[in-house]
Design a binder for this molecule. Structure first.
Ligand SMILES: [Ca+2]
Ligand SMILES: [Ca+2]
Ligand SMILES: [Ca+2]
Length: 636
């Protein structure tokens, strides 16, 4: 039973509850501050521009209108004003938090003139202005040359080749990371160091340099390798300025050496401003807190039956779970990356691009990217990295045909990873077969332009393989320089520098750095065995330059066993036969020749040892080898 007193008390309690509830409901029904009214508060703040990307563009460029991204603060409810004749704003939008403006400028080639135009961002509180450069397109003579099997490429890790300018070793903005004793520290290598040693490369027979990436990398940690960009429009301050890079390209061109730039469009470095503040909601796949992890399942991408979950992880996952994955299906991200590559080409005059982590980017993007590059620079050559040992998988990515997805990647060529593994096995592990790779060249749209190699910065040094003696290394080089494709060498492998996995495979080039006790850039500074290897590579390069059939055309294996390989190179009416004996004994092979190619009695001369020649008898060629010998036979 409830007493009257308690009843009154309880009613009073309910009344108070009711009042509180009513107040609460009234508060709930009040209009909340909307996005619009909160941005009005922000409008009290004046726009602040930090930077604009790209910093300039070109009149008469095939990309028009050009996308610009303005970085800064307080851009909400602002307008863009241009003070220029011949440039029209065709589109613009502000990011939700007011820190980016993405706009498109149409450049009228009839009216625009080379100048710095002013772009002003204005709101009720004030304005901020930034310069944007309009430039005439540079002259094309001697630039954007592309590369082909006529070239020999040399991969340089910029930080580890030569320190030509000690003043940039401890830059103000990133001091403290220079330490040659630390395998992952900056060691001082730079653009000037490469300029200084171009004659060395020329002597070796090099005609093209691929440099590891030169974008500005993190200023908080050592990113000596260059693969963690924090600014796609700046050079790394440890390596040198844009002007110094331009000088490097020009000087290399004057000496007959092309430059291939490494572009990393799959991911940024973790310190890039986009990681925590992307310009559009979908610019980056996931966030620092929540993202997929790349499983590197390239095979899942190459078949209509590929596992869709693993394909998705491979395309959208973060590299090593730490590198923010750029979303190339976002319209603005895709346009940014295409323009960025074109900007470096026109700004520097480079001849080719190496595309890092090629399979982890949607193929529809590559088709558009390659289309845009070749539209502006028809002779330019692009090589993609597909890190896989199976030709059936690698070949899927080469351009020239549409695959099951209806897409042609349009990429010119690919690194020949399958040959890399086969060469290392055959010459330095005494197992495997070379012909198993090139005998299925028909899986590629065009195998003759592939880029074979047996060393780079991502695998242990060739010289650290169990049987990589100097003699076997010379034979491996002879094969690499006379097989089909555009051979690529790795800096220091011409000296048989040893080293395990990364970063042990990225040691400093001896003689490139202050205080080095010897300089392997000169024959006097090289050891006897280093000179033997260096001079062998130089000799084979010279023979390769002299005989077009050794650097282009067809390749056909005539014989292979565990000791000896013999193959035919043919280009139009010219032939060569290369024969290699890697056994420690002298030996002889009687090789069947293709029917109706050489008449009986034709003499072949060995260009590596003029004392030796042999004749065709009954459509066979008897080849006598001494131990560990390569023979390059040219018919009379
Ligand atoms: Ca330096
Ligand atoms: Ca930096
Ligand atoms: Ca990706």
């Amino acid at each position: 039973m409830i007493s009257i007193k308690n009843f009154i008390k309880y009613t009073h309690y309910l009344l108070i509850r009711f009042c509180y509830l009513s107040i609460f409901l009234i508060i709930l029904s009040l209009p909340l501050p909307t996005a619009k009214s909160s941005s009005k508060l922000q409008n009290l703040l004046q726009p602040q521009i930090d930077k604009i990307e790209p910093p300039n563009w070109w009149i008469n460029h095939s990309v028009n209108p050009v996308q610009i991204i303005i970085y800064g603060r307080n851009f909400n409810e602002s307008k863009i004003k241009l003070d220029s004749v011949g440039v029209k704003l065709v589109e613009s939008s502000v990011s939700n938090n007011g820190s980016y403006i993405i706009a498109y400028l149409e450049i009228d080639p009839q009216k625009a003139t080379a100048s710095n135009i002013k772009i002003t961002v204005e709101n009720n509180a004030g304005n901020s202005t930034v310069d944007f450069g309009l430039r005439d397109l540079p002259r094309t003579a001697g630039k954007y040359q592309g590369f082909s099997p006529d070239d020999v490429i040399y991969l340089i890790m910029v930080d580890r080749f030569a320190d030509g300018d000690q003043s940039n070793n401890n830059p103000k903005e990133s001091a403290g990371f220079y330490d040659r004793k630390k395998p992952r520290g900056y060691h001082g290598g730079d653009f000037q160091g490469i300029i200084n040693n171009l004659p060395y490369l020329k002597e070796l027979g090099i005609t093209a340099i691929w440099m590891t990436p030169i974008y500005n990398n993190s200023n908080r940690v050592s990113d000596y390798h260059g693969y963690g960009s924090v600014d796609y429009y700046q050079t790394e301050e440890h390596f040198g300025t844009l002007e110094k890079l331009q000088e490097l390209v020009n000087t290399a061109h004057q000496q007959g050496i092309k430059i291939i730039q490494d572009h990393v469009l799959n991911h940024t470095g973790p310190d890039h401003t986009w990681t925590d503040n992307p310009p559009t909601p979908d610019f980056i796949n996931g966030t620092r807190q929540k993202h997929l992890n790349n499983v590197f399942d390239i095979a899942s991408l190459t078949s209509v039956n590929g596992d869709p979950t693993r394909a998705d992880l491979t395309l959208r996952g973060w590299f090593a779970d730490i590198l923010p994955d750029i979303n190339q299906t976002d319209r603005e991200a895709a346009q940014y990356l295409i323009q960025n590559s074109l900007w470096w080409i026109s700004s520097t005059g480079i001849d080719g691009i190496r595309l890092d982590t090629f399979p982890y980017i949607p193929r529809s993007f590559w088709s558009n990217w390659n289309g845009a590059i070749h539209k502006q620079h028809p002779n330019f050559t692009v090589v993609g990295e597909v890190l896989d040992g199976n030709p059936n998988i690698v070949s899927f990515f080469q351009g020239g045909v549409k695959r099951f997805d209806g897409i042609d990647s349009k990429v010119d060529t690919l690194f020949d990873y399958p040959s890399c593994y086969a060469i290392r096995e055959y010459f330095a592990n005494n197992r495997g077969q070379l012909s198993r790779i090139t005998n299925i060249d028909e899986v590629y749209p065009n195998a003759s332009v592939l880029v074979p190699f047996f060393g780079n910065h991502d695998i242990k040094r060739f010289a650290s393989e169990p049987q990589a003696t100097i003699e076997n290394t010379i034979l491996a080089y002879t094969y690499l320089l006379t097989m089909r494709g555009t051979p690529q060498l790795y800096y220091g492998d011409e000296l048989a520098i040893t080293g395990g996995e990364d970063p042990d495979n990225r040691k400093d080039f001896p003689g490139g750095f202050p205080g080095d006790l010897r300089s392997a850039f000169t024959s006097a500074g090289r050891t006897k065995s280093e000179n033997k290897l260096f001079n062998s590579i130089k000799k084979v390069s010279q023979i390769r330059q002299k005989y077009p059939q050794l650097r282009g055309g067809e390749m056909q294996f005539l014989f292979e066993d565990q000791d000896v390989v013999v193959y035919l190179r043919s280009k139009e009416n010219d032939q060569a036969i290369v024969a290699i004996n890697k056994s420690a004994n002298k030996t002889t092979r009687n090789i069947n020749l293709p029917a109706n190619l050489f008449a009986d009695g034709v003499t072949f001369n060995n260009k590596l040892n003029e004392k030796y020649s042999t004749n065709v008898v009954n459509n066979k060629l008897k080849i006598k080898f001494v131990a560990k010998e390569a023979i390059i036979l040219i018919p009379n």
